[in-house]
Design a protein around this ligand. Sequence first.
Ligand SMILES: Cc1ncc(COP(=O)(O)O)c(C=O)c1O
Length: 369
Amino acid sequence: MNKLNRRDWLKLSGISASLYPISTQLNKLTSKTRSAIDKDGFVRLSTNENPYGPSDSAREAIKESFENICRYPTAWIKELESRIAKMHGVAPENVVVTGGSREGLKSCGLIYGSKGGEIVAPSPTYEALLTYSDHIGAYVNRVPLDKNYGVDLEEMERRITLKTSLVFVCNPNNPTGTLLSARKLEDFVRRVSNRTMVFVDEVYFDYIDEENYPSMIPLILESKNVIIARTFSKIYGLAGIRIGYMVAREDVAVRIRKAHMAGTNIPALAAANAALDDTDFYKMSLAKNKECRQMFYDVFDRKGIQYLPSHTNFVFFKTGDMVDVVQKKYFDQKVLVGRAFPPYLDWARISTGTVEEVEAFVKATERIY
Ligand SMILES: Cc1ncc(COP(=O)(O)O)c(C=O)c1O
């Protein structure tokens, strides 16, 4: 039996967001995620995390890093920036390590959203940069997805004006998990970056299923107006420690560096370094994610539920009912699924977790549908 009544659920699901501090309560309920299905019995598949992380080597590195917590992290940041630069074939000056990629997104929202900036972005997509820009008075021109639920690059390009200060592309896109054609994206970025800055969010890049799919990072070497976001939160399972990075031309990187104030921390830097060394964990995460995604596809196929094949650690599926109603049904089965993404109010996003967690989702789906 659920210990939570409907009122509690409403609080947790965000329906009465204006009345209750939802996130605090949701965190209380779901922070003990390592033992996947914990004391409360809730399975958290709502926020695109990787509960296989952190790897044992990252845990060890975090513990060892305590020794250096009395220091500011500047030297360690420089070291990691150099390592990341080498990995991507760019210069250390092109890399800015941030407190989660979200901090970099926020900095870019500040730089390109202020002083009458206009931003063109798909909708729905990952909103951090856009909400921040909105917040400081920018006009965010949100472009609906195309009929195949893909990012509509043609329409986005049509909406660029002389005032456009940044174009935001999330590829693969959150919440749909869709991937743009490599050729189309590269042509778009090359063309559009002659007119304005292009931000390509590649946070889910590691999960892309297409072989040899290109990152937009090499365009930095051609001095293009492009910023790329990456993170340690997803494939490396380090969402809770906050570390990610931006890659950009040196002058742009300097601006991002100046705009971000909080930065990351010593344990996060140690964890990121250990994560980069641990190719076994990386491969295991990737394999488990594939397995879990297939479990989603299988149950959706069995039940005749429409879904979008995904290049990420989540799947967007058609619920057949308003998402809050379906969320409540899953909640009653002790499974947390993603929030609503207007205008797709009868779709929901479900994140991969451990195989055990996804089994719980599959069972719940069998019961609900
Ligand atoms: C597309 C996208 N970009 C960026 C982020 C931010 O991730 P983080 O700040 O943990 O690096 C997320 C988080 O889910 C995301 O989905």
